[in-house]
Design a protein around this ligand. Sequence first.
Ligand code: DC
Length: 215
Amino acid sequence: MIITIDGPAGAGKSTISQEFAKVINYDVLDTGAMYRCVALLKKESDLVLNDAKLQQDILNMDIVFQNNEVLLNGKNVTKEIRTAEIDIITSVEVSPHYFVRSEMCNLQRKMAEDKNMVVEGRDMGSNVFPNSPLKFYLTANANVRAKRRHDQLLEKNIHRDLKELEREIEKRDFEDMNRVHNPLCIPEGAHIIDTSDLSLQEVLQKMLEIFQKIS
Ligand code: DC
């Protein structure tokens, strides 16, 4: 069975997906990391996304998720795909691109074939797996999401202005929700969970209760 988890940046999708999948013993697919890998290929090739050579490289991409690490064509790119530069290339250039989206969709369906898998992203329940029997939409207000990002960065000794982070998050939301191809939206039939005032354990508890009801 495929379980979809969608929602805006900073709603806690990655951590929650990992933890939820662990508890129910499912595999997990971080589709944001796939778009980030495309951004890295683009950056390294210095080609535009309409270039035939880059598109061929995207078609041939070998992405492996292994023990919380991401391997792209055999190379560990876990850290490289999380830089601020890759954030921007991914959200502004890569994720709105039609060719990229349709190829990622094909690849995601192939990777999930015949598996019990939690798939996490922006268009999982609405576009890639619309027939999934269990869909979640995780959200949180922009202020809470900015605060979480602020604290994560602080742990890495990076000091950022909270208001500025909130503005960045609002801009990301706007871009995700207003792109032409497969924008972020609440999928039909999704269970909406606002994580603003909930702990990780409380969110997991809610999701497990819903999972147990349908299984
Ligand atoms: O979840 P994330 O921040 O790692 O996602 C990186 C970027 O990829 C972000 O700009 C949204 C985009 N994305 C997307 O358009 N569709 C998905 N299914 C997953 C991510």
